[in-house]
Design a protein around this ligand. Structure first.
Ligand code: 5AD
Ligand code: SF4
Length: 470
């Protein structure tokens, strides 16, 4: 994600800037999921208040923060390599502080301080309000750590500094943490218990973005379908004097902010996604017809071992419900190949599920065992890497065929596209997405970034539709 600084004010923002001028420079780099990118905007806001201006020039910085991901081993390796690359700069600039934020900070705690001396500062996802104090400690010559997880923190009152480049599309975090305990997943350990954010602050943030010219918001949570405000886990009302909000109702509230504000959301969970949510999407033109619904595996036994809370049949029934209630809905998924004990037959069930659903898009991974997860404790990571990788390749090749077919079928159709910027390849071409989240590029004509245009599709690649404004 690109970084420019633009102070954003939310209706109920309580951050009061202590320093009107920026005296120090912050270089902030984010890895992993959209939630991390969104968190970085909260961090930038907290630190702007302390006089830190964000910079894209590493050499100029007084503080380097990496917002890290632990989801797979490779993600952590990437961060370690990046941290080592700062060593030279650190030697040249004695006051330079390097800190690690996010999931890897939470998972590693102080080990990176002690063992490898790669960082001065380690801060977990629920401790960002403590950053000013922690930085002061480091400036005083100490190493600093805060990895406390919270049951309440949602940063609801903090007005994020938007770090995205285009000023058209913004993330809004609606909840934090995850209670699902999928056996392969490290997130419940690094991001703590699930908690939802006050809906009024979410709507205020969407309205504020719209007033600043944004045309799209994406509501973020590990499992948005379990968003609940003033409703207990069992479904009871907590406070009789406060209104309750579930995810479907939250979607409708955000959709009402403005008819030309597109609303997206991620991630949905097959075990929790209700027909009420689907009907809400269908009945609001500005809620995009696109659902990311991770399946992980097409075999019920593996799904059980993964503790996903649904079977193959349940998942396929949810797909049917989507297709019935929102006929034009694009659907994407996540797949893991080579989970503990996965047989060839079980893998073939993933292949057959992919063939049955024909997803528009997939994020595909081979299983990477993560320390302390339930799978690490309970199951043998017994599928050879070569098998994990060949199964993954099979999945990738199949998805490629499906994505291409979907795009080819779109040729001749006309889509409303929100223009997000110039195409990567040419300044004569604009780029945006249609309602179904497919990238569309077209000659710019007189159109401008932030406008909606109708584009007739003339050709395609696997990932992109190419057309002309009509
Ligand atoms: N190994 C491989 N992939 C994983 N994911 C989560 N944990 C792991 C793991 N240990 C994938 C899942 C999830 C996505 C965000 O990352 O598919 O939906
Ligand atoms: Fe991890 Fe499962 Fe929670 Fe997603 S739903 S964050 S995969 S535990």
């Amino acid at each position: 994600m690109e970084k420019t600084i633009e102070e954003s004010k939310q209706g109920q923002a309580t951050i009061i800037k202590k320093n009107n001028s920026f005296s120090k420079k912050l270089y902030l780099e984010s890895y992993g999921c959209q939630m991390n990118f969104s968190d970085s905007e909260i961090v930038a806001s907290i630190l702007a208040n302390e006089g830190f201006e964000t910079t894209r020039q590493l050499e100029d910085s007084d503080l380097i923060l990496l917002n890290t991901c632990s989801i797979r081993e490779k993600a952590e390796q990437t961060v370690r390599t990046r941290l080592r690359s700062f060593n030279k700069l650190k030697k040249r600039k004695s006051h330079l502080i390097v800190g690690m934020l996010g999931c890897m900070a939470e998972r590693m705690k102080s080990t990176l301080l002690e063992e490898e001396k790669l960082v001065d500062l380690v801060v977990g996802p629920d401790a960002y309000r403590d950053l000013p104090r922690l930085i002061e400690e480091v400036e005083g010559g100490q190493k600093s750590v805060n990895v406390l997880l919270s049951r309440e923190e949602t940063y609801a009152d903090i007005s994020p500094v938007r770090l995205d480049k285009n000023g058209i599309s913004g993330f809004i975090s609606i909840m934090r943490g995850c209670d699902n305990m999928c056996t392969f997943c490290v997130v419940p350990f690094t991001r703590g218990r699930e908690r939802s954010r006050n809906p009024l602050t979410i709507v205020a943030e969407a309205r504020d973005l719209y007033n600043k010219g944004y045309k799209e918001v994406t509501l973020l949570g590990q499992n948005v379908d379990s968003y609940r405000w003033n409703i207990s886990k069992k479904g009871d009302i907590i406070d009789e004097n406060t209104s309750t909000t579930n995810f479907a109702q939250l979607l409708a509230l955000v959709a009402k902010v403005a008819p030309d504000l597109r609303v997206r959301f991620s991630t949905s969970h097959p075990k929790d996604m209700t027909d009420e949510v689907l009907r809400t999407i269908a009945s609001h033109k500005n809620i995009c017809n696109y659902i990311h619904l991770p399946v992980q595996s097409g075999n019920s036994e593996i799904l059980k071992k993964m503790n996903r809370g649904y079977s193959r049949e349940w998942y396929l029934e949810r797909i049917k419900a989507i297709k019935k209630i929102i006929p034009n809905c694009a659907i994407s998924t996540d797949i893991i190949t080579g989970f503990c004990g996965e047989s060839d037959e079980q893998h073939q069930e993933t292949i057959s599920l992919l063939k049955e659903v024909e997803f528009d898009f997939s994020y595909m991974f081979f299983y990477s065992e993560r320390p302390k997860t339930l799978a690490e404790r309970k199951y043998d990571d017994d599928i050879p890497l070569s098998t994990k990788k060949s199964r993954l390749q099979e999945v990738i090749d199949l998805q490629h065929i499906h994505s291409k077919k979907k795009n080819e079928n779109a040729i001749g159709n006309t889509f409303e596209v929100l223009i997000e910027g110039f195409s990567k390849k040419s300044n004569e071409m604009l780029s945006g997405r249609n309602d179904q989240n497919t990238k569309v590029v077209f000659p710019k004509g007189n159109a401008k970034v932030g406008e909606y245009v109708n584009v007739k599709i003339e050709s395609c690649t696997t990932a992109t539709l190419i057309g002309k404004i009509i």
